[in-house]
Design a protein around this ligand. Structure first.
Ligand SMILES: Nc1ncnc2c1ncn2[C@@H]1O[C@H](COP(=O)(O)OP(=O)(O)OP(=O)(O)O)[C@@H](O)[C@H]1O
Ligand SMILES: [Mg+2]
Length: 270
């Protein structure tokens, strides 16, 4: 693999959360430590691990929505952690995230069309008169309809809000997207639809994706390579077939054992 094929290079990422204590003596919690991995252009890289293992913390640090305590992140030749605000702003367009809880990531007082249009306006991606048709095109691409642009977030279901989150992320025309549990709150048939949609959009746009999920079936379906997290550290990483076919760490084995409920796995995969 040559350096040109690597879009994202993450080394020794660390996050210590500091909580102020009642008597002024705060506590520290090491949420992520020693996390290193690379993501190749055009691939979907999975981040797996039980609840609280640090997946979302890593995902947010990749975009610097959360400041790492230490570590190194290189995105397409840019040292992300060294960028000053204006340069970071330019990079932000290229790096998008669909949040774990898409519902709360929308402003309840603005129509969803306005919110999907926001990145287009902010980054000046289209002439003014082309914004509305672009919004409608995106909504349709994620399986929503033109007339839904006037509606407000509370008028959408959980699955529809995930689609809106994806539409808003794509509105920025990114080349990299972090999808944080894009389907975990949804029932199996809707999960399947959204995963298929993501795969189509990815193939169409040549997106590079980091997909966070605790659902191994989803990871297996979507990803070429993945890393397994446990208590803030990456315990194993590699091609998904190898990870799942011949797990080297006890943690991966335990994750696999936990989902050996054939019904749940085949429902998502079939
Ligand atoms: N703002 C914060 N302050 C203090 N601790 C935090 C904060 N955010 C997260 N944590 C802690 O850091 C650890 C990792 O959290 P994170 O949200 O990254 O886990 P996760 O793997 O995404 O979990 P889940 O699968 O439940 O979404 C958890 O123990 C969590 O309680
Ligand atoms: Mg999370």
């Amino acid at each position: 693999m040559s350096a040109r094929d690597v879009l994202l290079d993450v080394q020794e990422l660390r996050k210590v959360y500091r909580t102020p204590g009642v008597l002024g003596k705060g506590t520290e919690f090491v949420a992520v430590h020693g996390a290193s991995f690379t993501v190749n252009r055009g691939e979907t890289f999975g981040l797996i691990g039980e609840s609280g293992s640090g997946k979302t913390t890593v995902g947010r640090m990749l975009l610097r929505l959360l400041e790492p305590t230490s570590g190194y992140i290189e995105f397409d030749g840019h040292e992300v952690l060294r960028l000053a605000r204006p340069q970071l702003r330019a990079l932000r367009r290229r790096m998008q995230i669909v949040f774990q809880d898409s519902g709360s990531a929308f402003n309840p007082r603005l129509s969803v069309g306005e919110q999907v249009a926001y990145p287009m306006r902010k980054f000046g991606l289209h002439p003014k008169n082309e914004i509305k048709p672009r919004v409608i095109e995106l909504l349709e691409q994620v399986g929503l309809s033109a007339d839904q642009a006037q509606r407000y977030p509370h008028e959408f279901s959980g699955g529809q809000r995930q689609r809106l989150g994806i539409a808003r992320a794509l509105a920025a025309q990114p080349d990299f997207v972090v999808l944080d549990e894009p389907t975990s709150a949804l029932d199996v048939s809707v999960q399947r639809q959204i995963l298929d949609l993501l795969r189509d959009l990815q193939a169409e746009r040549g997106l590079t994706v980091v997909l966070i999920s605790h659902n191994l079936a989803v990871i297996q379906h979507m990803c070429s390579r993945a890393a397994v997290m446990h208590h803030g550290a990456i315990v194993e990483a590699g091609p998904v077939d190898e990870l799942f076919g011949a797990p080297r760490s006890e943690i991966t084995r335990q994750l696999l054992d936990a989902v050996l409920e054939p019904v749940a796995v085949t429902e998502v995969l079939s």
